[in-house]
Ligand binder design. Structure first.
Ligand code: ZN
Length: 111
């Protein structure tokens, strides 16, 4: 994969994530805890849903950060090399996840 293609992949994924994060901003708002409005069980449901929504938001923001970092490595000419062991990352792996900072071996070691 060329740097140009990697950059395109990263930028389009970044735009996608930013759009999703903006659209889902509504879901991450705190749950209404007024017991007179909703029953105990549905409040627990709402809290559970909120926790899940927050986890999803965190995951997306995390991916966004990895993409930003990958774009920086791209600009620095370090893209495609494992940040942990400096070996080349397999092109297949980069195609699946262009933002991945480490090679498969390091990823497996990290568990
Ligand atoms: Zn490595």
């Amino acid at each position: 994969m060329t740097d140009k293609k990697a950059e395109n992949n990263l930028l389009s994924r970044k735009a996608e994530l930013e759009a999703i994060i903006q659209l889902s901003g509504e879901n991450a708002k705190p749950v209404e805890l007024d017991q007179s409005k909703i029953g105990r069980l549905s409040r627990m449901d709402a809290l559970q849903g909120q926790a899940m929504a927050q986890a999803t938001v965190r995951r997306r923001q995390n991916e966004l950060q990895r993409i930003e970092a990958a774009l920086l490595r791209l600009a620095a000419g370090d893209y495609g090399y494992c940040v942990s062991c400096d070996e080349e990352i397999a092109p297949k792996r980069l195609e699946l996840d262009p933002s991945t900072p480490i090679c498969i071996l390091c990823a497996e070691k990290a568990g």
